[in-house]
Design a protein around this ligand. Structure first.
Ligand SMILES: Nc1nc2c(c(=O)[nH]1)N[C@H]1C(S)=C(S)[C@@H](COP(=O)(O)O)O[C@H]1N2
Ligand SMILES: [Mo]
Length: 343
């Protein structure tokens, strides 16, 4: 009966559920900076600054969400240029210095105006520190490996530039999301999160292995399926409100949404009504360059059908191109617009 009980528990993820309930997240040595007052606007219909975990988009190939028993979980770090291979348990990771950061994650498959982007408060270990300790040097310091391949318990592989992970940004091996252990859906017990890169080249969930290699030597899962090897997040902006085909009353209508250009920062958002001039929107306060930025635009709406269009400019001075491109191979481009009828 004991063996059958254990078998059933394994099938239902019983041990995994219990192991997740047993995780106590330590306080971060470096807490996330407070979200500035003014970064989160109080406008009905706008995307909240921090995405509640239950509303966070989920994109993966798993038919059944892996339920990993954290007690048995190990992470192996090895490969080209690794002087000291490492194997870590979850208690090993939790005993290290943890940092907490707000980071906006975006899926490369997100269409212009689409929903596959979210911001969460991630708690984790700085991946660059682990790599340094293992003797890894980035290519700019003569390291032989330029690709970090992450493997998950369900066989997914994702490839991240070693240079990006080690260039000072807050690349994390995350254990916590919005103050709780990662949900099973989002990669329990450990996942990667790297600011500025689309999820498919950076955000491996249920990670169990990190292998240092080269882009020449190995193509991970999505690259084998014609997606780009390297994929920094493209600058995008979205109108959250009014919704498409809304019928607002004439007068002042609050147009609002979010814009993102992770790790570069959003410099400007502009709105255009029909074929009129581009007019700067009011930008909410910036939290960090790794998080999206809310914006609003009080529009004096006149009766009839109107097209509202938005575009953002990042801190490098580049404005989103008008040209529409599909998500494949390295992210959609184009301006989001919404048609409304003012009564
Ligand atoms: N193991 C595994 N990790 C994965 C994926 C996957 O299919 N399997 N999908 C990636 C993609 S494409 C994205 S956009 C992010 C999404 O993370 P989320 O589901 O927590 O939002 O996870 C990444 N990590
Ligand atoms: Mo994705």
């Amino acid at each position: 009966a004991g063996a059958v009980g254990r078998l059933l528990a394994g099938l239902r993820g019983g041990d995994a559920v219990a192991s997740r309930e047993a995780v106590v997240l330590p306080a971060p040595a470096s807490p996330a900076p407070a979200v500035p007052r003014g970064a989160a606007l109080r406008i009905p219909g706008i995307t909240p600054f921090t995405t509640p975990t239950g509303d966070f988009y989920r994109v993966d190939t798993a038919l059944v969400v892996p339920k990993v028993d954290a007690g048995a979980w190990r992470l192996r770090l090895h490969g080209t240029g690794v002087r000291r291979p490492v194997e870590l348990s979850l208690p090993d990771l939790l005993a290290r210095e943890l940092i907490e950061r707000d980071i906006t994650l975006t899926c490369v498959s997100n269409e212009v105006g689409g929903p596959y982007t979210g911001s969460a408060r991630w708690l984790g270990v700085r991946l660059a520190d682990l790599l340094e300790e293992a003797g890894v040097r980035p290519p700019s310091r003569g390291g032989p490996a330029d690709q970090l391949v992450a493997r998950s318990v369900d066989g997914m592989t994702l490839g991240t530039p070693v240079e990006d992970v080690m260039d000072g940004r807050d690349a994390l091996l995350a254990v916590g999301m919005n103050g709780a252990p990662l949900p099973f859906d989002h990669g329990f017990p450990v996942r990667m999160v790297v600011p500025g890169l689309y999820g498919y080249v950076s955000a491996c969930k249920w990670v169990k292995e990190l292998e240092l290699t080269t882009f020449d030597a190995y193509d991970p899962y999505w690259v084998e399926r014609s997606w780009a090897r390297r994929a920094p997040v493209k600058t995008q902006s979205r109108i959250d409100t009014p919704r498409p085909f809304a019928r607002p009353a004439r007068g002042t209508v609050m147009v609002a949404g979010v814009a993102w250009a992770q790790h570069r920062g959003v410099e400007k958002v502009e709105v255009r009504v029909d074929d009129g001039p581009w007019v700067p929107a009011d930008l909410a306060a910036e939290h960090t360059v790794d998080t999206w930025r809310q914006w609003s635009f009080p529009w004096r709406a006149t009766p009839g059908s109107h097209t509202l269009t938005v575009r953002a400019t990042d801190r490098t001075g580049r404005t989103q191109p008008e040209r529409r491109a599909r998500p494949i191979p390295d992210g959609a481009t184009g301006w989001h617009s919404v048609v409304v009828t003012v009564d």
